[in-house]
Design a protein around this ligand. Structure first.
Ligand SMILES: Nc1ncnc2c1ncn2[C@@H]1O[C@H](COP(=O)(O)OP(=O)(O)O)[C@@H](O)[C@H]1O
Ligand SMILES: [Mg+2]
Length: 360
């Protein structure tokens, strides 16, 4: 020990005392303050244990408790952020509602779920775990559904950042709000951060005004900061208009995966229809006929169709006072007044975008 314990040691002596006793290095000014606290802790600990503990024991015990206090503080702060940002949790069942044949499901399983749940194995093989993802595709195709499914299957927090939230104090504050929000989410762990309507935050800078350009620039700065965090965090952005995003964001390096979520093939429609039918009071249903008739329906359209059919059947039973079972005819009747979301034009554009932008 460098200093006489009874005299007040210099800042440098405090640093060297702490280093000798615990191996922990502190700047002299900080060490000076800590040394005073360690002295106090030595007295308290001796009182508590009813024996005189040495400086070494007091020093180690104090630093260990300090680490615990820091961790407690961090977990308290995380709770605060989760609360403030309206974090939600989902069960695995959302993932199970998605048909295995749906192409994004296989891809998400391979590139996201497996590497994140088998971290040691992916490290062994040098597989880099994705941290940033874009889902793109027409409205109602299940992008948000996928993000919730991922959070559910990983048992991670789900936090949605709506561009409208960042715009609350006017367009001029969006950049600053985005920076503050991203600083907060970077302190979390085990969380999926979801930004919907992403094109509103990161539009192409080519034709954008000064303000929009600055928001896109801020986003470009935030992505690498997020990727540098090694905690278990996933940033997922979704857009209906991938072509409107700034080109710099789409180049390799910023987003690890760019995944198309399009219309449903017959098998996928069959799986969703089957699942939805289990909630109705059904009679004679030609499932294959329904699969054929819904070729341009998104999952959102199918959801709406079932709501309408359920309401129709309910009203019939109220009017007729007898058990009413839904038939294929009822579906066709409701469909006659519905316009499915997917048109040839939309499907063609989506296929082109898939070729241009997809990356896994
Ligand atoms: N694979 C799926 N299986 C069952 N329901 C789905 C599926 N994908 C989406 N849905 C449902 O369809 C609706 C629209 O999906 P959503 O994820 O909001 O679409 P998007 O975000 O692409 O606009 C939601 O009610 C969602 O629960
Ligand atoms: Mg959505």
């Amino acid at each position: 020990m460098n200093a006489n314990m009874l005299e007040a040691p210099s800042a440098e002596e405090c640093a060297s005392n702490i280093f000798e006793m615990s191996g922990a290095k502190f700047e002299p000014e900080i060490a000076c303050d800590l040394w005073a606290k360690i002295n106090q802790h030595k007295w308290l600990l001796s009182e508590k244990l009813c024996r005189d503990v040495g400086f070494r024991t007091a020093c180690i015990d104090f630093l260990e408790n300090m680490e615990q206090a820091v961790n407690e503080y961090l977990s308290y702060k995380r709770k605060d952020i989760l609360n403030e940002m309206g974090a939600q949790t989902f069960g695995r069942e959302i993932w199970d509602t998605i048909a295995d044949s749906q192409p994004p499901k296989k891809l998400v399983q391979r590139r996201i779920i497996l590497p994140l749940t088998m971290e040691d194995l992916s490290r062994k093989h040098g597989v880099s775990t994705p941290k940033t993802i874009i889902f793109f595709g027409p409205p109602g195709t299940g992008k948000t559904h996928f993000v919730k499914a991922i959070a559910g299957v990983l048992s991670w927090w789900y936090i949605e950042i709506a561009p409208s939230m960042l715009m609350e104090q006017g367009a001029a504050n969006v950049g600053a709000n985005l920076r503050r929000t991203m600083e907060k989410v970077r302190q979390l762990q085990d969380a999926v951060i979801f930004i919907d309507e992403f094109e509103e935050l990161a539009p192409s800078r080519d034709n954008a005004d000064r303000l929009d350009k600055s928001i896109t620039n801020e986003f470009l700065k935030q992505v690498p900061l997020f990727k540098n965090e090694c905690k278990r965090l996933l940033l997922v952005c979704a857009t209906n208009y991938i072509g409107q995003l700034d080109a710099a964001l789409l180049r390799p390096g910023r987003f690890d995966c760019i995944i198309p979520v399009g219309g449903l093939n017959p098998d996928e429609r069959k799986a969703i229809l089957d699942h939805c039918l289990s909630r109705l009071n059904v009679g004679q249903i030609g499932l294959d006929r329904l699969v054929d008739e819904t070729s341009r329906f998104t999952p959102a359209d199918i959801g709406y169709l079932f709501e309408q059919v359920a309401q129709f059947a309910f009203e019939r039973e109220v009017a007729e006072h007898k058990d009413y079972k839904v038939t294929t005819e009822d579906f066709l009747h409701v469909m006659a007044n519905m316009r499915p979301s997917l048109t040839d034009e939309i499907v063609e554009q989506f296929e082109k975008d898939s070729l241009t932008y997809s990356r896994a």
